[in-house]
Design a protein around this ligand. Structure first.
Ligand code: ARG
Length: 585
């Protein structure tokens, strides 16, 4: 399978062959190579206009000349100049055999590679604050982060998934004081809902009575000093929150190798501030400690307040250093929303200023917001209920599953006998959410429109899941076993070649998704592959000879191999996106 992923693409071989005869680099030539508009024109086209100026010749003449000069690489059988284009024809049968054999060998691991071998990438994602519910705004980072981990693992990287739980700050003093004031006996029985309620109630009362603010401050101090009761309370808040988070994580197929909560770095704050000050990175300003970024044209970063309190950055900086010391990473990736771009740039710049050369390996993978289409107004609204309350992540999942259940019931006739409709509702509902989020380029805002997301005929997760189940059903109808030896030369429909070319690109799609930290590249590939398969399949509906399960046994065997390969790739792609892959629907 490794050999497959690293087998050079035909386009690369062609580009190298052409570059020997023109004043352009292989990469420049590679960028020019495209697909001719009609299949009978060949499989690859080199437009010669961009060469005219450098070669001082007409494009038509260049094409004609290159036809005689360029040595055809393996996999290419002919070249032909057509006007200003030089077209190349592939050895379709040979290519098809080679690609399909590789896919059937590698199965769902097709596209796996070793490019990352020996290199570690740390991914931090999700990182919610404790004592609050997971909101819908936690969804993008949580699933994009997990998906990137799977993509990098597939490419051979050593991946470390980190959750930087927000569990430190003065707010927890208020909660401890609330527990004491309202006489909560059994802290462990509190839910996250209770914690949010206590916080709100206490804050409201504190507005009237300054003594409460004082008590909260005192409790925060006790926590910081490690007083037993305060620490016990706070630890319980964290455990209760974590249990709730993990429930949602499990439904989303999300996990972490390590929780490194903010509090883990509280012991390193003083030392960090001291070293920043000694190195002249942090300076006093009206009693506070700040890092200035005049040259970088960024506002200063506050690392200690005037009254001596630590901040978010005071923990982020030692946490970044700890990741370096522990993992010696090739890259340290922060999957965090667009709104923290400036902040993370400041943290990285501060690290660089402190002399940490690896600061350049710190990458911010940002993402946009989720919005919901309001069916009544037709407007996209931020993730809140109509009353303006935060929409919870699990409420969104529940709604997706409930709607999937209705959709499945309405279409009961199109589902196979033996399909488990309850399990399907969970798989389809959550699959729809995951796919919707990851089919949009991550930096953009995503609008959730339930009807569209669950449409079995749209550009959706359920559509891809359904396509996969249909492929499984074709294979089942054929009797399960896909024959070992087949004659790939019999796959000569243009639709078949289109599919093969698409499958051939899949390993490069994974590489590109990693290079751009962009799961949507994979989602798009899957949609295109499903659409191509659908055209192929419907071609067979009209003409029996073109049917997958056709009369001719040898042709049928070759077509089944193709179906099997398409199935492997769809499954592999869905698995990378963390989406369930039911075999019956
Ligand atoms: N806990 C933060 C929040 O909820 C997100 C943490 C992002 N990661 C980081 N290393 N600063 O906003």
């Amino acid at each position: 399978m490794t050999a497959m992923a690293e087998r050079p693409a035909i386009e690369d071989l062609l580009a190298a062959a052409v570059a020997e005869h023109v004043p352009m680099s292989v990469d420049e030539v590679r960028a020019l190579i495209s697909v001719p508009p009609a299949a009978d024109m060949g499989d690859y086209a080199l437009p010669c206009f961009p060469l005219a100026r450098a070669l001082r010749k007409a494009p038509n003449a260049i094409a004609a000349e290159l036809q005689t000069l360029v040595r055809l690489p393996d996999g290419i059988v002919a070249s032909r100049a057509v006007g200003p284009y030089l077209n190349f024809s592939a050895d379709r049968a040979g290519q098809t055999a080679c690609i399909l054999a590789a896919i059937c060998r590698a199965g769902r691991l097709y596209g796996a590679a070793e490019v990352g071998a020996g290199r570690t990438v740390v991914f931090e994602y999700s990182s919610p604050n404790i004592a609050k519910h997971l909101g819908v705004h936690h969804l993008p980072g949580t699933i994009i982060g997990r998906t990137l981990c799977r993509i990098f693992e597939r490419l051979g990287y050593t991946v470390v998934a980190v959750n930087f739980l927000g569990d430190w700050g003065t707010g927890f003093g208020k909660l401890i004081a609330a527990v004491e004031r309202y006489g909560v006996d059994d802290v462990a029985s509190l839910t996250v809902d209770d914690l949010q309620g206590l916080y709100v109630r206490y804050s409201r009362e504190a507005e009237e009575d300054p003594a409460l603010t004082e008590a909260a401050r005192a409790a925060a101090l006790r926590l910081e000093r490690g007083e037993k009761r305060a620490v016990h309370c706070w630890e319980t808040f964290r455990a209760v929150s974590l249990a709730e988070f993990e429930h949602a994580y499990e439904r989303l197929g999300v996990a972490f190798d390590r929780y490194t909560p903010e509090s883990e770095y509280r012991g390193r704050m003083a030392e960090t501030l001291r070293s920043m000050q000694e190195a002249g990175v942090a300076v006093e300003s009206e009693g506070a400690l700040i890092v200035r970024f005049d040259a970088e044209e960024m506002p200063p970063l506050l690392v200690r307040t005037g009254d001596g309190r630590s901040l978010y950055a005071t923990r982020d900086i030692p946490a970044a250093i700890d990741r370096w010391e522990t993992y010696r990473f090739d890259r340290s990736v922060y999957v965090v929303g667009n709104e923290q771009s400036l902040y993370l740039n400041q943290v990285r710049a501060a690290l660089r200023r402190m002399g940490h050369e690896w600061a350049d390996r710190v990458v911010h993978v940002n993402f946009g917001l989720i919005k919901f289409l309001d069916a009544e107004t037709g407007q996209a609204r931020k993730g809140s209920t109509r009353r303006g309350e935060l929409l919870l992540l699990e409420e969104v999942l529940d709604e997706a599953v409930a709607r999937a259940r209705v959709k499945i019931a309405q279409n009961a006739d199109r589902f196979e006998e033996g399909a488990d409709l309850d399990a399907l509702a969970e798989q389809v509902g959550i699959g729809a959410v995951l796919f919707r989020q990851m089919s949009v380029r991550r930096t953009r805002d995503v609008v959730f429109d339930w009807d569209r997301m669950l449409d079995f005929e749209g550009d959706t997760g359920p559509y891809v899941q359904y396509a996969h189940a249909r492929l499984c059903s074709i294979l089942r109808k054929a009797g399960g076993e896909v024959p070992e030896q087949v004659d790939f030369g019999l796959l000569c429909m243009p639709e078949e070649w289109t599919l093969v070319r698409h499958l051939e690109r899949f390993p490069r799609t994974i590489l590109r998704a990693a290079r751009e930290y962009e799961p949507s590249v994979i989602a798009t590939h899957l949609l295109e592959l499903c659409a191509d398969f659908s055209s192929y399949y419907s071609a067979g509906m009209k003409e029996p000879d073109r049917r997958v399960l056709c009369e001719d046994e040898r042709v049928r065997a070759a077509r089944l191999k193709l179906v099997d390969a398409v199935r492997h790739v769809i499954r592999s792609g869905l698995e990378l996106l963390g989406i369930a892959v039911p075999e019956r629907m």
